[in-house]
Ligand binder design. Structure first.
Ligand code: AMP
Ligand code: MG
Length: 406
């Protein structure tokens, strides 16, 4: 490797490089129909062309009336003057001493200001007897009380959650500009890898990272493409990776980025592409490699399964969020340690832990006693990564730590 390549960066330095590169390589916009917006990142603000609700309407099934017609301390009998159901506005009007039968979502008749729910009235033919103590304005939803015309209902850079897509629908927006999704090629590497379902010869293991990585990416709404397993052969690595890099936005590999005899990828990237950084002061995941190859960004994750987890959940996801123009921060989670942590080394550590929503309303996290970045099953029984900050740390029970649920 040339020696001008940044290695052994602090985690935050690596994150800053990821952010800068992602901002430079932000993906183009595309305009999509409403039904396809779910999970995407908005590339534009959206403003409401209409108010929501668009008209005053009833919040309940009952009777629309004029509050001024009600007696203060006894029942009032009103004349039933018509029916207004949800749907077409009939342009009805309530005159003195009258009421109109109304359903939830139906437009309020003119001059009515209150709805009394059907369960509390007595119906005597076409006379409706309303009890005392109905509050003025009860059960009426007012035009614009949720959204006014021109309000910003969605911000560029924010995620289109189901509620946000539905909000767009409610104000009649049926298409929006969003950031494109990156196309992603996923490779696992290693002469020892055999697909599940095939017998293992001595020295071989099953490829588990492929499913780990594909699952993590899919859970983030992406549609990665799995490529064949790469052997530890420089010529084959080169031709397959260059092939993928010519047509995908992001190439993600795992394995072959450490310092072993067969770890060919850093040199390959140095020779044929560009290395933004190699090696980050984090644990697990120290050999993480980031650069560019042909038209693709290149993320070389270490081979140990738990390292794949830690590097993807932190810097990998950050890169993909950045490429998609996401400015809305991911929700930050914090918990209190239910066992102490002693960390003598300086690297930022991502330790597996189990979350527990305590009866005291406080989220607790128990660090996993099992360590070792090969312990996939142990990782599968945990449900969060505990972020142990840079520098030696001695964290007591009850200390507040950042956690990344998974
Ligand atoms: P490497 O970074 O290639 O040296 O791999 C580090 C460790 O992770 C080795 O024990 C590999 O056998 C293991 N490993 C690499 N890739 C995979 C994979 N796709 N599935 C399971 N284990 C893997
Ligand atoms: Mg390997």
């Amino acid at each position: 490797m040339r020696n001008d390549i940044p290695t052994q960066l602090l985690f935050d330095e690596a994150a800053a490089i990821i952010d800068r590169v992602a901002a430079d390589r932000r993906l183009p916009h595309e305009r999509l129909a409403l039904a396809r917006l779910h999970g995407r990142i908005a590339a534009q603000d959206a403003h409401a062309p209409i108010a929501q609700p668009p008209f005053d309407n009833s919040a309940m099934d009952g009777y629309a009336l004029r509050h001024a017609d009600l007696l203060h301390d006894s029942d009032t009998a009103l004349q039933l003057a018509g029916e207004q159901f949800a749907g077409r506005a009939l342009g009805l009007r309530v005159d003195e001493g009258q009421c109109i039968r109304i359903t939830t979502g139906a437009p309020m008749p003119e001059s009515a200001d209150t709805v009394v729910i059907r369960e509390v009235v007595r119906v005597e033919g076409d006379r409706i007897v309303v009890p005392a103590n109905v509050a003025r304005g009860a059960n009426v939803r007012h035009a614009g009380e949720d959204v006014q015309v021109g309000d910003r209902v969605l911000e560029a850079g924010h995620v289109l959650t189901p509620a946000r897509v539905a909000t767009l629908a409610s104000v009649g927006i049926d298409a929006l500009s969003v950031f494109s999704r990156p196309t992603i090629a996923v490779f696992t590497t290693g002469d020892e890898l055999v697909p599940p379902g095939m017998p293992l010869a001595p020295g071989q293991i099953h490829d588990s990272n492929r499913e780990l990585l594909m699952g993590l990416l899919r859970a983030d709404g992406l549609e990665p493409t799995a490529w064949p397993v790469l052997p530890d052969d420089p010529a084959r690595l080169q031709s397959m990776l260059l092939d993928a890099a010519s047509s995908f936005d992001v190439v993600i590999t795992c394995g072959a980025v450490s310092a072993g005899e067969k770890d060919h990828i850093p040199a390959l990237l140095g020779a044929h592409g560009r290395v933004h950084f190699w090696k980050v002061r984090m644990k697990p995941g120290m050999p993480l490699l980031f650069g560019a190859l042909d038209r693709a960004l290149f993320l070389g994750l270490p081979g140990n399964p738990v390292s794949v987890f830690a590097t993807y959940a932190t810097l990998g996801r950050r890169l993909l969020d950045g490429l998609q123009g996401r400015t809305e921060p991911r929700r930050r989670w914090r918990a209190r340690l239910s066992a102490p942590i002693e960390k003598p080394h300086a690297r930022r550590e991502f330790m597996r832990g189990r979350l527990d929503a305590g009866d005291d309303g406080v989220l607790h996290v128990a660090p996993d006693a099992v360590t070792g970045s090969h312990r996939l099953h142990a990782a599968a029984q945990a449900d969060a990564l505990i972020v142990v900050p840079d520098g030696p740390q001695s964290l007591a029970v009850g200390a507040v730590v950042d956690v990344i649920p998974y």
